[in-house]
Write a protein that binds this ligand. Sequence first.
Ligand code: HEM
Length: 455
Amino acid sequence: MKRSSVCYPPGPAQKLPLILFLNFLRNPIEILIDISKYGNISHFKFGTQHVYFLNHPDYISDVLVTYNNNFIKSRGLQVAKKVLGDGLLTSEGNIHRNQRQLIQPAFNQDRLRIYAAIMVEYILRMSNHWSDNDILDVHKEFMQLTLTIVCKALFGFDIESETEEVGKHVTTLVEYFNRARMPLSEVIEKLPLPSNRRFRYAKKQLDAVIYRMIDDQSADIANGIGAHSRDNRHDDNLISVLLARSGNHFISDSQLRDNVMTIFLAGHETVANALTWTFYLLSLNNREEKKLHEEVDCILGNDAIPTPADIPKLEYTEKVFAESMRLYPPAWAVGRQAIHDCKIGEYTIPAGSTVLMSQYLMHRDPRFFPEPERFNPDRWNSQTRTNLPRFSYFPFGGGPRACIGEPFAWSEGILAIAIIARKWKMKLESGHPIGVKPLVTLRPKYGMRMKLIQR
Ligand code: HEM
């Protein structure tokens, strides 16, 4: 199809798309809110790129499910390939399908029960380490907690003593990913700028951690150290499973590295953000906080060690987590690029165009969520769940590229909220500013300084 014959949906007719681009980088959510006023499907130019913004669950379903074969990951994630290589999040086609099949068993029910015990151990350790009236940046605490859990559960590796350092490198990477979407970024990244040097250094340091985890497992396998012979290590953690497959040429050495790096990065920051926003919301909503306390006191008791069997009983806790991810979805937008022309609604999206969908906007859409700005965990009753269109709420994406870690995230989130709320109330430090920082995930812009009050 010739560009001249394309019929574009309505959208901001910027004469200088660069301005839109720069505004978008500064504040993407506000720009998307403006653009959403053009309707369920709108169009704008982002530098030379044609972007279609889809603001209806049916259109999102078309892209993520019905015509998913016609879409690949968009430019944003392709930039992430510099760090994630060809791992599960960034690969396409057969490579993706094979890797998904290999990795999926690491998230089955039996494995999740083992992970839940590890989660409980570390959450309790963090919670018991805190003192009454401490004022802490809980975002930082949750980043360290979730990083420790993902490394121990999936890689059998104890990273606890390095989390602060590693956290700084992760921040450098995600800030770089954000900047790398700018026009001329390919030129900028070759310049001898401090930010480029910082990026290369952070990547090198994280690579060293990843290779250390892989080498550690290889050594254990070579030495015949197996299940439970060391604290919480088990034969079939993700690295050892992938290592066995790499011996059989199912997966290359570089894919092994790429997937460990992918799970390492994708598996902690999202949950840490969700927990941070959850405790922020609870601190503002005393009635809901009280209801949560009643549930956790009743289900967990005073000092029993929670078990995976408690998770399904923590129904209100689950609603709190679901509602927090509605208002502050850790993955706030997903993008795709069309391979061939594709009809969405009344419009044909030409091959090569970018398609953008936002959890943040959809989850606050009054067409689907009455009083959308209100934190109301009780909205998640069975009737709402049945009646909501599938993609009006999609914190974990959907279709063949849906989050593989979703069950892991629910277990970790529910256990962390329940165990922490059993012992602690959190109060936002007075005067602490609140803002969202939509990088790859939705971080709190100024961290989250909270005062801990022992219950
Ligand atoms: C609250 C926590 C989490 C949220 C909100 C979240 C969200 C998402 C979303 C929206 C996607 C799809 C992206 C797209 O369609 O482009 C995704 C993919 C992915 N997530 Fe998560 N995630 C979370 C936790 C986790 C955890 C705990 C892990 C691993 C332990 C993980 C690993 C992955 C991987 C590997 C993919 C790529 C899957 C594929 O393409 O086959 N995530 N996540």
